[in-house]
Write a protein that binds this ligand. Sequence first.
Ligand code: IMP
Length: 504
Amino acid sequence: MKAGVQRPQVYTFLEMMNDLGLRLTYPEVRFESRYSEIMPSDAELDTKFSERVALRVPIVSAAMDTVTEADMAIALAEYGGIGVIHRGLTPKAQASAVDRVKHRQNGLIENPITVPETWSVTQLQSLRREKGYLFHRFPVLDGAGKLVGLVTRKDLDVCEDEHVSVSKIMTVAEDLETAPKGIGKREAYERMRNCKRESLPLINKDGTLAGLYLFEDLKRILLGHSTANVDSNDQLRVAAAVGTSEAEMERVALLLEKKCDVIVIDTAHGHTQSMRLMIEAIRREFGDVEIVAGNVSDPEAAVALANWGANGIKVGQGPGSICTTRVVAGIGVPQVSAVGNCARALREAGFERIPVIADGGMENSGDLVIALSFGASCGMFGGMLAGTDEAPGEIVYDPELKQVKKYRGMGSLSAMRDSRAARERYGQQDRAVQKLVAEGVEARVPYKGKVTLVLDKLSGGLRQGMGYLGARTIGELLHQARPFRVSPVGMRESGVHGVQAVAE
Ligand code: IMP
């Protein structure tokens, strides 16, 4: 039977469970394997984060202050996913993190950061520190905006006296290879290759700077087998979280100014009047920008967000590893049912173009296979990505776990004490500190090294699952999966049992 012809068995299963008043979560659900002509390496992992923002792997990093700032977002986008920069940062700092991601790799840099020829090297270095620029290449302009030279890493490395003017250490314009405005990527690349230059400034007819190409970037874009998730200008894609208060419009403006690809309206309860007003306000002020909204966990709420104009819907209330919402407030639907019911309701209401993001509660790659098979387009991860090099925070020594990093819920007492945004996420912005009600804990997770190690395991496990299910694409998973509920003894059998494992 060709994929898509029959009603997905997942839907029948969900209905059966719903009728019994049961809602299920990851360890309770598994699939039969299917006849397959798909090898894990054949599986295609392309999917969507929001209506018009694609992903090359279905992995998103959570908008949490111990998970996603610029380093994590860069790593995720380079891998093919996307990171959501958290909103515990000030609007300016969050926008500058977005800027860092966007400038990590460029096709044509239309507005390169330049310095005036009157500046000293000290001034340039303080600008780099202040803005967190990781690059070292700065075109130098005269008062009329004309290119007079270029400062590179080498110039800065060999400079012993930072009080001198940048014009003393730069390569002067006459010795640079330049090209007229309008030259394409391929031609620019060949030119730099032929004359062994690392960059190519573009010049307008009047001598002013029109842009800059970088050899390494063009090489990666034109020749590499890059899996990076990039926009139409070959820059990495990035998302950022905002709240629902009126003051947050300034944050949205700053983020969009820095070319943030997706605005994620991030609240613990997304089916609210303030969410509707925020979506409407963003549409009114900024038009057709990509908005992901959440979180919700029931079909009525998911369809409401779609009707209000969200381009992607984040599902998950209470499944997070650090989350205590279910204990504290008695609220939230076990995650597999939440994802499945929301995705199905959206499809049945004619919103199949709007992706569901399964947010929280996944502890291994099998959980991602389950979320996607129940209709999610991608998964958002906090705990699994925390503890990596790219997550914010220091590695500390713990006598039991050895090296650990902090991972805390945005609704933990410490996060709410530190940040108004965290209080606002849980609707407690007006509460005195001693009256805050925590909906999350502060935790530590083992140090895990580079995040690509975790991402390889997640995407590798997903490929295995797609091979077992005979699904070539993420979309086919929904049609191939034959789910069943696992009994408690079945769950025991699913894990390692009766032995003491000594290695993975
Ligand atoms: P994890 O991947 O299971 O660790 O879950 C991460 C997700 O938990 C995040 O993306 C948020 O949606 C959610 N979350 C973050 N902080 C809290 C909290 O303090 N309480 C409840 N949920 C939280």
